[in-house]
Design a protein. Structure first.
Length: 382
């Protein structure tokens, strides 16, 4: 039998949306409340933007309040449990600010940034006792009606136009010799923003065109330079995030890899479409070029905090493609900037989506309340 607690906080596990309510109940075990001499129950909603950077041997920190609300739910001598029960349930409701940014957390070398939200319950016990405290982090995103529409379109199967990013380079086997041509194309749905929590199809097309050669000098059943990747594991397609932060007028930038999109999710394994080598004659001297082509089709489901821009913190994303070819330095790279939005118009109860619960991919530090210091909880009237 689990240990009893004088105070319990009940909030449905959900992805909350800025501008929507946060509702829950504080449950009091009345005999324990009396035994622990709890005098008042205060519930708080806190949200803040915090940036930190290093300047020489000092750390500069800037904090901006997003939301700062208190409610006193109960005080000793005013409300008692219903007859035949020792439990008193105290409902509460807060409104998240409509312009509140999405939850976010980043820590790098000498710098950090976060957007954090939390419900905090204080069981006030007077100046000679330690208060009873419960903290519950909340994951919050910005409302995104347009992204919600796009999410439905993607669920039904994308039938719209495709956006493309092309990259082409000239490479050769060594220091000498004629150049071959290699190309890479990244196709994603052409839309203003990519929503979270829905499979988004994409295609990587890789093409190589050999340097002019004589047909009799080649054997199509054997590898022909430049050979192209045959499996998805040979290609890097990464979702990368850039962070620009400012603390007390000192700016700092950072970048991190958020996800590997071709190899990290087994359910989204790539479908490989390999074409036969094609010989294309060039002129009357018997020379021509071999064209080789492979396509990799897959999907990505994004769960990262969306793109946003604040006065002290900006978060952006891009797709980074790297295709290796034989030879030193013969890798083809391309970057495609993207905008990510929540794809959510209102609060989503994760209990109603047990197979694919919509929740942000936030680091463990976000959920570790021991590291949170949104205000001085001892002064429960603040």
């Amino acid at each position: 039998m689990p240990d009893r607690s004088a105070i319990t906080l009940e909030i449905a596990p959900a992805l909350f949306v800025a501008g929507d309510p946060v509702e829950g109940e504080v449950v009091l075990d009345f005999p324990l409340v009396q035994e622990e001499e709890i005098e008042e129950i205060v519930v708080k909603l806190r949200g803040s933007i915090r940036t930190q950077t290093r300047l020489g041997e000092s750390y500069l920190i800037e904090t901006t309040k997003v939301v700062h609300e208190n409610k006193s739910l109960w005080s000793r001598g005013h409300v008692y449990p219903p007859p035949d029960t020792h439990v008193l349930r105290l409902p509460f409701k807060f409104e998240l600010p409509a312009r509140g940014p999405s939850s976010f957390d980043f820590t790098g070398f000498g710098k950090s940034a976060s957007v954090r939200y939390m419900i905090q319950v204080i069981g006030v016990r007077g100046i000679f006792h330690l208060d009873r405290i419960i903290k519950r982090p909340l994951a919050v995103v910005q409302p995104d009606p347009r992204g919600a529409e796009l999410r439905l379109e993607l669920h039904a199967g994308w039938r719209g136009e495709w956006g493309r990013r092309n990259q082409e380079e000239k490479i050769r086997k060594g220091i000498w010799g004629d150049y071959s041509t290699v190309k890479a194309e990244l196709w994603i749905p052409h839309m203003d923003t990519l929503p979270l929590f829905v499979p988004i199809p994409f295609t990587v097309k890789v093409t190589s065109i050999t340097a002019p050669t004589k047909l009799k000098d080649t054997h199509p059943e054997e590898p022909i330079f430049p050979t192209i990747p045959q499996t998805a594991s040979e290609i890097e397609l990464e979702l990368r995030r850039t962070i620009s932060l400012t603390a007390r007028n000192v700016s700092s930038d950072a970048e991190e890899i958020v996800a590997e999109l071709l190899t990290s999710v087994p359910n989204h394994a790539a479908v490989v479409e390999m074409a036969e080598k094609i010989w294309i004659p060039k002129g009357d001297d018997g020379k021509g070029t071999w064209v080789q082509e492979t396509k990799f089709h897959s999907t990505m489901t994004l769960r990262c905090p969306p793109t946003f821009k604040l006065e002290t913190l900006c978060v952006n994303y891009y797709l980074h493609l790297k295709v290796p070819f034989p030879g030193i330095g013969n890798s083809l790279r391309a970057n495609l900037p993207i905008t990510i939005s929540s794809g959510v118009a209102s609060m989503v109860d994760r209990a109603l989506h047990p197979d694919t619960p919509p929740t942000l991919d936030l680091p463990p530090a976000y959920w570790d309340v021991a590291g949170w210091d949104l205000d001085d909880h001892q002064d429960h009237k603040d």
